[in-house]
Each structure stands twice: as C-alpha cells, then as structure tokens.
Ligand binder design. Sequence first.
Ligand code: GLV
Length: 299
Amino acid sequence: MYVWTQSGLLPAAVLAEQLSGCKGLLCLLTDQISRPLIDSLPELEFVSSMSVGVDHVDVAALTERGIPLGHTPGVLVDTTADAAFALLLSAARRIVEADQYVKQGNWRDEKAWSPDFFTGKDVSGATLGIIGLGAIGQAVAKRAAGFGMRVLGFNRSTREIEGIENVSLEQLLLRSDFVSLHVALTPETVNLMNADRIASMKPGAVLVNTARGGIVDEHALAEALRNGQLYAAGIDVFEKEPVEADNPLLSLPNVVVAPHIGSATVLTRAKMADLAVENIIAALSGQPMPHCVNPEVYS
Ligand code: GLV
C-alpha cells in the first residue's frame, strides 16, 4: 500500500508509478484519473474518490473495464449550500472589501461613515436563479426562501419543486438578480456560462459559483464585472486550480474568492472520508459500492 502524506498535489508521475500493480485507489478531486493512466493499470479493480464531483476521473474508461467508481454524495449538500450563500451574501454586501478596509486602517474620522458608505445590493426580496436543481441547488433554494427571495430554477430535465419556479435558462439569466451554479462539470456543461450567456444576465446581477470552474468563461466574467454589467461575483472554483496569480478575477474588488472550500467543514469532511472508506470496504469484500457513480458495472 502506498499513501501520499503530503499536503501538496500528488504529482501525476508519482501517482502512475505508485499505482502500478495496485488493485484499488482512494483519490481526491485533485488527482487526475485519466484514460491513459487507467489503461496502464491492468490490475486495477476499484476507485473511490473522496468527492461528490468526479470530473477528474475518466468514468467511461473505468466503466468499459467494469471498474466501479465510488464517490461521496449527500453528506456535503448543506455545507456546500451554506458556502454558496456565504459567497452570495459577501458579494452582495461587500463584506470582504469592508473587512479589508477596516483591517488596513482606512476606517478613520475623515472616512468614518456616509449615506453611501459601503452600500451594496439587497439580498432579501431579490430574485435568485438556481442552475441545477439537484440536492445542493434545492438546499440553496431553501436558504433563499428564508431570505424572502423569489427563486427561479433551471434543470436539464424539469423538476417540480415547491417554491421554485421552473424557467428556461434564458429567462433565468434575464430575470435573476443573483445566479448560483449547481451543475456537475460534464461535456454538456463546459463553458455553460459563456460570454453570450454572461452578457444576457440581468444588468447588475451577481454570479455565484461553488460547482466547478470550467462551467464559467472566467475572462468573459471578469470583463462583465470590470465594465459594470455585473455587480459582483462569489467564486469558490476555478478552471485551473490552484488558481493562477494572473487570473483576471483576482484583481477585481467586486469578486469574493475562495480556494474550493464548498464542503470544507470538519464534520462534513469526516463524513466524506467515511463514505469513501465504506466504498472501499465494499469493493474489498466483493460487494457493490454503496455510493457508486457507475453501478452499471455490477449488472
Ligand atoms: C467538491 O467539490 C466535491 O466534488 O466533493
């Protein structure tokens, strides 16, 4: 057994070398489990990822080989919805900007308060558009209801959910003061929020992304935030992670960023680890994984 104990990214070459001859793999969302890697591992029998998203794994390549892939759904729903709402509130009410203002010693008598001092955007009573009405999207809708928001929803296959008005993606973008993304990154959703869709958002809207980076055209988003078409953004996930220092979103005061911490609470991470281990124990005992992404491998 090989265990990578460092906090840095596991280099692909080390992963490939150490996996050679292994029957199973427990990986994180930072490990790229590509088709060439899978093809180079004839002994591989199962993969368990401590993540709900599996866009870092070539699922088709595993399925073709009959290899089950485990993941960790359910346990991170509320934690991630809380994170989305935290970003939404922070972006709307300029919390990070205000925090820096005070901590950097700018809050002085000559700039102490005024009627337009750090004015933001109202959340309460606004319209929230949720793209992706899976468990996390629905949990965000519940939070929005508590804030007296009107909630619009768009899902690939329409889902009737109390309190959510189903609309087309175009209508959602046109009507929402806040848009929160909750779809998985798949070939269908890559660049879903492209330049045209960003341009079609309601002027002054706020975009929140706790899903995956590749869903949003970051350059188009930065431009819309720079030229004032959009009011602000709250971004937890990036196309390239860790985010590159010259990413245009990082230099904008109206963007609140976080380093992919949507599910990052002590309790939720422990629950995710438990599910990942349950999947491994099942695989080692010759049982179907209880949380399997490709259960068709068992039929
Ligand atoms: C987090 O992004 C996850 O997929 O678990």
